[in-house]
Ligand binder design. Sequence first.
Ligand code: ADP
Length: 462
Amino acid sequence: MRYASIYVLITFAALFFLNIYCAQTSQTLFYQGKKSAMLERCQVTASEIAGLEVLSKSSVSEAISKMSTSKVNRLIVTDRSGVAVYDSATHDSALGEYVLFPEIVTAASGNNVFSWNYHSGTMLSRAAVPVYAYGTMIGCVYMTEYDTSQGMLLQSLLQNIFTITLILEILVVLFSFFFALAFSKRMQKIQSSMRIIREGNYSHKVTLNGRDELTFLAAEVNNLTDRLEIAEAERRQFVSDASHELKTPLASIKLLSDSILQNEMDMETAREFVGDIGNEADRLNRMTQELLSLSKIDAALEREQEILHIAPTIHRVVRMLSGIAQNANITLELALEENCPVLIVEDDLYQIAFNLVENGIKYNTPGGKLTISLRRCEDNAILQFTDTGVGIPESALDHIFERFYRVDKARSRKTGGSGLGLAIVRSMVERNQGQIQVTSTMGQGSVFTVSFPIFDTEEVSQ
Ligand code: ADP
């Protein structure tokens, strides 16, 4: 409403000034026309009189009687000293007297002069010119004229301008009023929808018809609520998955501790049960650690990215996991190209490689192999983890990067898996501008391929 009132005020002021401008312009046009006509008439009379040898009452009257002066209300001719030698007025005639009208005084000093008054349909014009004979000023001609016909014309013109302006102003007010009403109605619709959305009803949609900016705004609000709805659904899913996952080891701990308390058992069995409780606690610990690191990934990058070669970090990961691989009877094979610099957070690279190597061992079969290769391909560093393990069913390939997703729950649990490892890997790869893909054949093995853009520069950390 505020913008509409400002708009109305501005339009009002513009129309008001336009009205004044048109009125002024028409008056100026009439003034110019009248001025040239009056001065021309004075000049004609002056040139007629200029032929007379002496400006006397009789000679001037005779000369003027030959001219048409019907349009003039009063005509005065003065001699050089300003004494009237002719006055067309019969009443209050100035004949024989000094005439000191300002126009005559100005004309006596050698200038043409015209003055004009306009009031309610009547124009009063006065003009005076000096009369010259053989280069010497011998007198002045002064005329007045009351023009009602042109005055009426001017008045009706001004009246029309005023009426048109008034109509326009009324139209502007009406138009602005309806426009503001429609605008505020649509705005209120958006506002009340936003109130509903703020209260948590993300499925609510703003329905606005039309093709104006407000419709686009409503569409943007709807897009936003769609995204909020998805984020909210993901959040709920995550909370329910996380609580479910945490509930299982907690239930096991409760069951085991109850058994120890209730049953009379020998020391050996009790020791075994306490060991199991410890394992479950370790699992809980691992899971909360992973959940924590996932939430950190969702926030901003914690550490700065740096340019470094990939191979040394892979060697570190392999050193760390070679013991586990040996225990599981898995052979680790490396084929790493040394010169592969990328822009990455080193801890992320370590974690990515660690999770993928650990999975390659965990989901392998005894006597199997895990090959880790690194090569440059065009502008990318391609890091591949190829195992000869159990493989992943095709239907599961799209889901293994989801949080808490496990193909074989029992196997994963047995190996201490939480279903979060690959979700962490994917988030870390993506936040370092990389990509991850997986292909697998059941019973033959899987290939995880991670690629990062090469960052060739002089300063590379080792
Ligand atoms: P987990 O902690 O259970 O290992 P991950 O997120 O690391 O969770 O992996 C998700 C699931 O994907 C695993 O439960 C497993 O079923 C499957 N998976 C991951 N890596 C492999 C692999 N190399 N071979 C076969 N299956 C795999």
